[in-house]
Write a protein of this length. Structure first.
Length: 463
């Protein structure tokens, strides 16, 4: 949007005969926000003026009016107050309370590697509280992110989180459609860092979509970085779609994140909407963590050191994850599904088939490549293989003895060798390797090889 457009030269002008514009607060792809004085009441307010193209679209106009009416019903301490809305000279506007604090984005940016845990959980509890109230009236935010949470002080001087732009995220739908065509670096359309899988696929948006975004938001509050990062928008979106949410405890062990909190984060970022907690559950769990002692001090936290760090071997931690998830939030199911939508509009999840990655990390790009082949990679060690129900193992740089041991268990093994090292390739094949890929392997090539190995494992052997 070109803000040199005369339509946005509004300083000292009146809107709808009731508001005098004082100054520009900020602007973006959807419109601009001004500070104004409400005439008659002499009250300072904020006015969001939407781009003229929004008013020109009949469907957008109807949606704006519907959303504004619903949003105005959300009277909550942690939601911005809506005073008025309407149309002025072919531009839609909404009048809100004027907040004087700073955004959560600014607060996160000033903290490294993240906010103190108690402060982050206190603010998260407030955000969960307002989500609970919003979802009760069927109001979905659609674009929960640090920029849409303001921090100011309540009447007692305590820090207060205020969620803004409830229900207005649809205004950016036109820009979001560009997601599928963006592959260049540094371009952000909408807010891909907090986008739920169903939003990324254009499926029905429900309150569960806000819970997913909330999980991404809290993750970043605690460590200073969003859960998924990539040099491209498509790279981030693919990770939301196909890659399991990263464990904060595993990624940032120095933060000493309690076990229960880590599991709750993973649950909020479940790929399947039905597996995420509802806002009321989320609020209750966060409140328990804040008032009932440190999360992770529970009986379920056995096997951990004094710091709360899990001291069990990796394969035991992997085996315990599913039951832990069910303990924290009942109803846990298989992680990392592909979401599909039926003709009736309901959403279902198709779990991906598991491939064991022997001492090899499954980063975002590899995870996305595997998911395109309907696969899910799980990093493990040799001891942990028996905990995984998979017949295919990727064992990079494995010795011939390791290959022989793995194949004796009936598993199909894919390994690596230096390009052109025909002697080693022959040795690995004789040891039983089903396939050998050049080291370091390209993600898409490796994914195709592993998919072929999986098909081979399902083919009956003839004698």
């Amino acid at each position: 949007m070109n803000f040199d457009d005369p339509a946005f030269a509004l300083l000292d002008q009146e809107i709808a005969g009731r508001y005098r514009v004082e100054r520009l607060i900020g602007k973006g792809g959807a419109g601009a926000v001004y500070q104004a004085t409400q005439l008659g009441l002499d009250r300072q307010v904020a006015i969001k003026l939407l781009h003229p193209r929004s008013a020109a679209n009949d469907e957008t106009r109807k949606r704006f009016i519907r959303e504004a009416r619903i949003t105005s019903q959300l009277r909550h301490t942690h939601a911005i107050k809506i005073f008025d809305f309407g149309e002025h000279e072919n531009q839609l506007y909404i009048v809100m309370e004027l907040l004087t604090g700073r955004s959560l984005r600014a607060a996160i940016s000033k903290r490294a590697p993240g906010m103190p845990r108690k402060r982050a959980l206190t603010l998260a509890l407030q955000i969960a509280d307002v989500l609970q109230a919003a979802h009760a009236i069927q109001l979905v935010h659609r674009d929960l992110k640090p920029e849409n949470v303001m921090l100011d002080r309540d009447s007692a001087g305590a820090e207060r989180a205020v969620v803004v732009d409830f229900g207005l995220a649809f205004i950016d739908d036109q820009e979001r459609e560009e997601l599928g065509r963006l592959t260049t670096t540094g371009i952000l359309v909408g807010t891909p860092a907090y986008l739920s899988p169903e939003q990324a696929q254009g499926l029905t948006i429900t309150p569960a979509s806000d819970i997913y975004s909330f999980g991404c938001l809290l993750y970043e509050m605690l460590c200073g970085s969003p859960p998924y990062r990539s040099s491209t928008v498509i790279g981030i979106v693919n990770q939301h779609l196909y890659v399991d949410a990263p464990s904060l405890r595993e990624t940032y062990p120095s933060l000493e994140i309690p076990h229960d909190l880590n599991q709750l984060l993973l649950k909020t970022m479940s790929k399947e909407p039905s597996q995420r907690p509802e806002a009321a559950q989320l609020h209750a769990l966060l409140e328990r963590m804040l008032t009932g002692g440190e999360p992770g001090d529970s009986p379920e936290a056995r096997g951990r050191g004094r710091s709360g760090r899990d001291l069990r071997p990796r394969h035991e931690r992997l085996a315990a994850d599913a039951s832990d998830m069910a303990t924290i939030v009942p109803g846990a199911g298989p992680m990392n599904p592909i979401i599909t939508q039926t003709a009736s509009g309901s959403q279902t999840a198709s779990p991906l088939e598991t491939i064991a990655l022997l001492d090899h990390p499954c980063d975002g790009d590899l995870g996305a490549a595997l998911a395109t082949q309907q696969l899910r990679g799980v990093t493990t060690d040799v001891e942990g293989l028996d905990q995984l129900e998979t017949a295919v193992v990727f064992a990079p740089n494995a010795s011939t003895a390791t290959i022989e041991a793995l194949t004796r268990t009936g598993r199909v093994v894919v390994t690596t060798a230096a390009p052109g090292d025909l002697t080693r390739i022959q040795e690995l094949i004789r040891a039983g390797a089903a396939d050998v890929v050049p080291h370091p392997p390209k993600h898409n090539t490796l994914a195709r090889k592993l998919a072929r190995a999986l098909r081979k494992s399902k083919t009956p052997r003839t004698t």
